[in-house]
Design a protein. Sequence first.
Length: 98
Amino acid sequence: MERDLNYFMKLLYEESFKKSLKSIIYYKSKDKALSAKNFKQDIKNRFGILCYNSYMYRKSIYFDDDYYRDFVYKGYTIIYKIEKDFIKVLDIFKWQDR
């Protein structure tokens, strides 16, 4: 699936991802509010890059399909699926929890 370099894919966040991220941010904010805010902002910034380069992260180790990818950040894995016109963000979890 080759695309023009200026092609921008939209992100679609699944409820499971939203719930898990909210839980992670809440947990992190109990210890350090600024750390939680920075974590969320860093992920958001990396998603901005992902919109232009959907294959930048490794093929998922959880699915046998090249369209599923694993974005690993600070011990957390974010699974996303590349669709025709958008990227579906499926879940986020700590690697040792799976």
